[in-house]
Design a protein around this ligand. Structure first.
Ligand SMILES: O=C(O)C[C@@H](Cc1ccccc1)[C@H](O)SCc1ccccc1
Ligand code: NI
Length: 185
């Protein structure tokens, strides 16, 4: 299982690389990695398991964060208590095929499992995206996302491109955003 010890931190060169596209069929190793990335998110969102293994809660984990520079990320956006997840997929070779001009940013800013410090400020991202990805069998999927799920997926795709959330924070005024940006509570 993946624990925090497997997650590389800010300053590790892999976090700043552009990850390599995958070809199908996926290797056994990469199929196992896909499972392990999603398992980490499930564990990190389970109070008992997270406490037992000292896991930070996560809604996304990209392969580069465990030092595997390939275009694969798990995303697990939970639904309400006892409800199905809002978005639960391992994305292979994800791309944003289109996005809204309108931006959105989380009111509480963003964090990252690979960044062990608080970086205050808004992270402006597209509020709505049209996402295309391949599943582990190589089937293509296309789905529109908006607000929080869209923010999470953009955060994870950034990891595949060597981008960290604080790269988007305005250096001069961290709490300034482009006009019309939605601040999501
Ligand atoms: O480091 C990662 O990629 C996982 C991040 C993803 C993320 C952070 C902020 C905004 C969108 C996505 C972790 O999930 S950060 C911890 C967290 C946990 C639950 C809810 C929000 C953030
Ligand atoms: Ni992150």
């Amino acid at each position: 299982m993946i624990t925090m010890d497997n997650i590389i931190r800010e300053g590790h060169p892999t976090l700043r690389k552009r990850a390599e596209k995958l070809t199908f069929p996926l290797s056994e190793e990469n199929q196992k990695l896909a499972h392990d990335l999603m398992e980490f998110l499930e564990n990190s969102q389970d109070e008992k398991i997270a406490e037992k293994y000292h896991l930070r809660a996560g809604v996304g984990l990209a392969a580069p964060q465990v030092d595997r520079s390939i275009r694969m990320t798990a995303v697990l956006v939970p639904g309400a208590e006892g409800e199905d997840p809002i978005f639960k997929h391992v994305l292979v070779n994800p791309t944003i095929v289109s996005e809204s001009v309108q931006k959105a940013a989380l009111a509480e800013g963003e964090g990252c499992l690979s960044v062990d410090r608080d970086v205050p400020g808004y992270v402006p991202r597209a509020d709505r995206i049209k996402l295309r990805w391949f599943d582990l069998d190589g089937n293509e999927h296309v789905q529109r996302l908006k607000d929080y799920p869209a923010i999470v997926v953009q955060h994870e795709i950034d990891h595949l491109n060597g981008i960290l959330f604080f790269d988007h924070v305005n250096k001069d005024n961290p709490f300034s955003v482009p006009e019309g940006t939605l601040i999501l509570e």
